[in-house]
Ligand binder design. Sequence first.
Ligand code: ADP
Ligand code: MG
Length: 353
Amino acid sequence: MRGPADLKLDRLTKRYDAVTAVDGVSFDVPAGTYVVLLGPSGSGKTTVLSMLGGFTLPSAGRILVGAEDITLVPPAKRPTATVFQDYALFPHLDVVRNVGFGLSVRGVPKHEIAQRVTAALKLVGLEDFGTRAISAMSGGQRQRIALARALVTEPALLLLDEPLGALDLSLRRQMQEELRRIQRTQGRTFVHVTHDQEEAMAIADLIVIMKQGRIEDIGPPSRVYERPRTRFTANFLGESTVLQGTVAACADGRVAIDTVCGRLEVAGERAVGSRASIALRPEALRIGGGTDGDQPLGEMRVEDCIFQGSFQRISGSNIHGLRLLAKVEPQALPAGECVPISARRGGLVLLED
Ligand code: ADP
Ligand code: MG
């Protein structure tokens, strides 16, 4: 299979003696999607990727690419290619031979290899470097060579394990844009592993947030960011203030919860009397407010204001010691000042836990 194809993970599980590295992970990816697996170290990201690439055999579950079950297919026979974190280039071969290696192993005719390698090097902006030795290439260039080597095989599924981890920040940002561009141009499915939440939000069509071998949340970046499903997501992907309280009333898909910021109303359903948590993103916290649709949250005592260009990051706390965080337009707010605050309409999100 060479063209784009849908990907399906069906209760994928990997157990090592005492550890369950991946625990019943299921999700569907339409062809041509940029998927990012995001999670802290040890959450099972590499193990999922390694099962997709065929380097680790699952203990249970299935992997489907299009209609084909590839769960037990050896790596070289899969419609996949992997970019490893350390690039795994051959130091004794020049750039062209590194990139063409997989094709020669597969017995692709020489003239076709030459054409495809040239096209792949062009795609990553290294068309003038074919005869260079790997040792004469920088970290960023090696990363591109590894990418070209994977792309040249025209995989339905490109797997990338922390591919930008070794690059400095500005190069990482630049490569994020390039990966996105290449993925869009080719319309292939990319599965990219990272623990960097900014990277995930910058490039993903679909973010899969992992924790302890399970999916904690899955969705487009905007949904996962704006409406986190759980407390873990609310804190791992960006920052949040989490308000806890007791459900005072529930009707018509709205829940009223008594918190240290007063009685707040959120969309959802909960039993009256039960405990509940609400997430509030810094962008949803307003200084002042009380205008239509905003929910007043009492007062915040300003502790710190950091100018960050187009916005200002304000941290503070309320009278009950709840830490609050706001991202607002730059304005003069002296530390120590008490200001009324409110939550934007729709800015309060009921968490599942
Ligand atoms: P991540 O890539 O998210 O950091 P991994 O997939 O590498 O996480 O690891 C998930 C869990 O599985 C960890 O607890 C790790 O120690 C364990 N693990 C991974 N590979 C092996 C292995 N070959 N043998 C035993 N345990 C492993
Ligand atoms: Mg890993």
